[in-house]
Design a protein around this ligand. Sequence first.
Ligand code: GTP
Ligand code: MG
Ligand code: ZN
Length: 311
Amino acid sequence: MIPEKGTATVVKHTGSHYLLTRLPEWDLFPAVLRGKIRLKGSTTTNPMAVGDIVDYTFDGTMGTIDKIHPRRNYIIRRSTNLSRESHIIAANLDRVYLIVTLAFPETKLAFVDRFLVTCEAYGVPVTILINKCDLHDEALDEMADTFEEIYGGAGYDILRISAKTGENIDRLKELCREGINLFSGTSGVGKSSLIKAIDPSLDLIKTGEISAAHLQGRHTTTFYQMHPIAGGGYIIDTPGIRGFGLVDLEKEELSTYFPEMLKVMDNCRFKPCTHTHEPGCAVKEAVENGEISSDRYYSYLGMLEEETKYR
Ligand SMILES: Nc1nc2c(ncn2[C@@H]2O[C@H](COP(=O)(O)OP(=O)(O)OP(=O)(O)O)[C@@H](O)[C@H]2O)c(=O)[nH]1
Ligand SMILES: [Mg+2]
Ligand SMILES: [Zn+2]
């Protein structure tokens, strides 16, 4: 029995309809938003996201969302670089898993870096998963080594996995046991397949099957949806992200969202330092002596330039 009034978590939303549940009960019920509530100062396209905690009223059939609790954290993206519109992907997350593939399809490092900056800026811990390792030949294994050097060196946890063979899936399941986890990444990297591998009892739309409606013949996830995992924890499956524009970052703060730069920037002679032209810059010195990956540094410069251009 769902109480007439209470607190619940958003599990899914489709247009103006939301699916709520009490946790840990997992007693799903539909709800709509009470007309007048708005998040203060919100310019996002969706007022609420999966993971939001709300106060509701329930009449036995339909719930009404009366109030949104303040968010502990969230992941947000701007639709394109020219757009002012932003979109909250999910809220109140314990961890984000960024799923990448080195091939089939190739995840671009520029995308990875933008995604990581957003996680840092909004205070969400992130782990990187390299999926489809079953497809790795020697060359791709070497690429995985390099990837681990770059991102492991920057301070991130990385796990090589395969939804197909089950490599490290037990480990991932263990990691997801606590709290609410978001699976994100570009389309086709295997987010839904991984969730299905972690909990085969889940009733996800079958992944990887030929779909007449979809030109690429795969089943693309179109909703943000939270799933309860047998054995503990929750995972939010998301549609693949295309571009990832940064939201509301000041030029001066960008480097603080690169953990490896944050670690040394206290030693820059000038403060604030953009780590571009300033003499006595500790970041540039660390890049020169190999402590900071030059790929990451160039990514930083790219973001810096782009953010300034569109401001
Ligand atoms: N070889 C191999 N194929 C995989 C693996 N994981 C997923 N795939 C395949 O990759 C394709 C895409 O998988 P999905 O799980 O639908 O990918 P997704 O990230 O959920 O994609 P979107 O929902 O579009 O964002 C399917 O054909 C899967 O069978 C893996 O570990 N190894
Ligand atoms: Mg999917
Ligand atoms: Zn500097």
